[in-house]
Design a protein around this ligand. Structure first.
Ligand code: NZQ
Ligand code: ZN
Length: 387
């Protein structure tokens, strides 16, 4: 097991109707609040009214930034930064999915930085401070509610980049499974794939003798596979939505990578696809991940054989390790297809035109991944298999 440090300061407030706690959670941070939200789902569901009434109770002075895009854009983040500076905002409250949370993090860091917030994503500057952030999450997917990462897109240059810092962990996140009842089917599917992919990135590792981390990962995968299908059958199944929501948080809140060398190549590749084509992150992952698996599994066949057995319940009798590994990868693809995720870039009208550029960008700092280090040609091969 590798040496590691674990830090996670986010207070998780989980359960039905917990938005009723919002006022008292925000109050210690000041009265001047920037409320950040997306394209309107929170108005339709009534959540917006509940949030405003909580903020009114503590006599908060509320400014709003709405219209955060899925794949949040730098231009929108900059609008938020301007409001924070002009209105002397003390607290940033994100209400929505991962995109809204990520935008709020970038705004909170950018507001206290003299330069361009994009600097943080291109390693030109390190986040030294940020306004405090709180979140009310409405979609199980990214884990942004309990981590210090954000991903934003520069639409002019077609770049999608991440930033990360201990300063942008939410102070608190409210997770009410009922708030995810209204998530449309396709976004529920994207969330399921994203959560599973976060586990894959940390599970398919060359680090050995880590039974606890492996079983944590397998338990999250099994929970998502089972409850994902239940939530798709009945979007108002409280327990299914709750299990999915908690799994999403645990998949990317720093629990799985402890002592483990993680991979993250597939996320790097997917971000290049969504940077150019603005596709949903989960849809891109559903297409690319099984192809990554096929491309790399021989590096440690035993791990993939274990995955097939433990996660998909495939009987090893009469199968070579190789056959078992392949059966597990095929079961992954079959599950994604069964829940309605795309399997090829072609289904999203993406052709081979920009493969070279995407591979170049994905490897701009050198080879990516650790399970198998991928250079530009490897990335082209995986993307080609994904067409
Ligand atoms: O904008 P609104 O109207 O709110 O609608 C959203 C949006 O259209 C809708 N939605 C969210 N909650 C809803 C709902 N509709 C009805 N009822 C609800 N309760 O869903 C759509 C997608 O929302 P979005 O926030 O974009 O989805 P997601 O949570 O999957 O976030 C995706 C973004 O997160 C980044 C991705 O790259 C992508 O930009 N990621 C962030 C990570 C992190 N911070 O740690 C890690 C991930 O790997 C990922 O890269
Ligand atoms: Zn992801």
């Amino acid at each position: 097991m590798n040496a590691f440090e674990l830090y996670n300061p986010t207070k998780l407030v989980f359960g039905a109707d917990k938005v009723s706690r919002l006022g008292e959670l925000v109050e210690p941070y000041g009265k001047r609040v920037l409320l950040v939200y997306g394209g309107g789902s929170i108005k339709k569901s009534g959540l917006y009214d509940d949030v405003i009434s909580q903020l009114n109770e503590i006599k908060a002075i509320v400014h709003e930034l709405s219209g955060i895009e899925p794949n949040p854009r730098l231009t929108t983040v900059n609008k938020g930064i301007e409001i924070c500076r002009a209105e002397k905002i003390e607290f940033v409250l994100a209400v929505g999915g991962g995109s809204v949370l990520d935008a709020a993090k970038a705004i909170a860091a950018g507001a206290l930085y003299d330069g361009d917030v994009w600097d943080f994503t291109i390693r030109q500057a390190v986040i030294q401070e940020a306004l405090p952030i709180g979140t009310v999450l409405t979609l199980a997917a990214t884990g942004s509610e309990m981590n210090g990462n954000a991903v934003i897109s520069n639409w002019e240059t077609k770049e999608k980049r991440g930033l990360g810092s201990k300063h942008v962990y939410p102070q608190f996140s409210i997770l009410d499974p009922k708030l995810t009842y209204s998530v449309p089917r396709n976004q529920t599917v994207n969330g399921i794939v994203d959560i599973m992919s976060h586990v894959f990135e940390q599970y398919f590792s060359l680090t050995t003798d880590i039974p606890l981390q492996e079983r944590f990962a397998e338990s999250i995968l099994l929970t998502v596979i089972e409850n994902g299908e239940k939530a798709l059958e009945d979007g108002t199944d409280y327990d299914a939505r709750a299990n999915l929501l908690l799994a999403g948080t645990y998949a990317l809140n720093g629990t799985l990578p402890n002592g483990v060398t993680t991979d993250w190549a597939t996320h790097g590749i997917e971000h290049e696809v969504s940077a150019i084509y603005d596709i949903a992150h989960g849809a891109g992952l559903a297409i690319i991940f099984p192809n990554w698996m096929k491309y790399v599994y021989k590096e440690r066949v035993g791990k993939f054989a274990r995955y097939a057995e433990r996660v998909w319940g495939i009987d090893p009798a009469g199968k070579s390790e190789d056959e078992l590994a392949i059966a597990g990868i095929e079961a992954t693809r079959a599950y994604f297809t069964r829940i309605g995720a795309p399997a090829t870039l072609g289904e999203l009208d993406i052709d081979g035109q920009h493969l070279d550029r995407m591979a170049d960008e994905a490897t701009r700092f050198g080879p990516i991944g650790t399970f198998k280090q991928l250079n530009k040609d490897d990335v082209v091969n995986i993307l080609t298999a994904s067409l």
